[in-house]
Write a protein that binds this ligand. Sequence first.
Ligand code: KG4
Ligand code: ZN
Length: 369
Amino acid sequence: MIVLGIETSCDETSAAVVSGGRKVLSSIVSSQFELHECHGGVVPELAARRHVTAIVPVVEQALREAAVDHDVIDAIAVTQGPGLAGALVVGMNAAKGMAYALGRPLVAVNHLEAHIYANWLCDSPELPEEPVFPILCLLVSGGHTELILMTGHGRFRHLGRTLDDAAGEAFDKGARLLGLGFPGGPAIEDAARKGKPHAFELPRAWLTGTHDFSFSGLKTALLRLTEPMRLPEGATESGATSATSPSGPFRTHQTPVYAASSPIADLAAAFQDAIVEPLAIKTARAALEFGARTVVLAGGVAANSLLRERLRHEVMDLCGPQVSVAYPALAYCTDNAAMVAGAAAWIVRRGDLVGWEADVHPRLSLMRS
Ligand code: KG4
Ligand code: ZN
């Protein structure tokens, strides 16, 4: 089955063609990064408007690069939610238009399920082994941090979640406090490479006896630590990031400025460590408790190399080599349509097609999909 997937839930306009739920024939992602950067986060109205202009060229490019004609496409898949309402609507209407024009079924895909199914994707000719059930999945993105037990295709059991900030949100807020830019995950990871994680002691919320997480205390601790190090507003210092320029009617954000000698790399390393450690250790413990045969990472934060390494280490230590750890290729960790087209094949196999009345669902949860 060949599926054209469309993803517009946040700030990436993306289209992809995937065969058999696994083989990526093309994957186009048009990022809106430069549009939102000066605002320090995604502005929903701007995102929706940009999707409108980007969607047709992105879909055309995905079809061209896959070198497939419209008539070999078996289904059109689109992200239904969760996400920004105005952004989701653009993808949903584009998908409905194509499905109607081509006379093909429409598949509505839960964005979180799509992130998980990114672990089945591959763009090399040799397909690797599929993850083996039961699968313990740590889903870590900008909006979600969830621990999920997957007992079969489409069968998800929720074990835990963050009680406040998502892991990606914590990275983004931490990067903003450190004046490192947006999106925060890659910025912190980069800065942390030159830092010593034990130079500062930051708190971890273990929430013992649960499979939940919490990151808001960590963010507050970083704020307290960095406040006295900041230069007065308007000051500049060589080597420090300066405030970005305003644009349009939307609020722009002021980047904190630090003296060039400030220990930003050490703070970034300590902050990254404090996010990654509870995620890796609690996931490994849950894998042991629920007898998982595979542990998978999913979502934008799955791109973090310390998290990948640390999770592999903790699972090996606690569960032994019989439990494998998998994560998507970097390109399929952050938002992309290949994961949507991939998930759709498994959804079609279980007979979950939708009609023309399908609408976007900005607060869709995985458990109701
Ligand atoms: O899955 P995603 O692209 O969008 C949502 O569904 O939210 O995830 C975006 C999040 C952002 O918070 C970003 O900072 C984080 O993923 N992220 C990372 C890395 N790359 C992206 N966090 C840590 N390390 C990274 N390398
Ligand atoms: Zn996402």
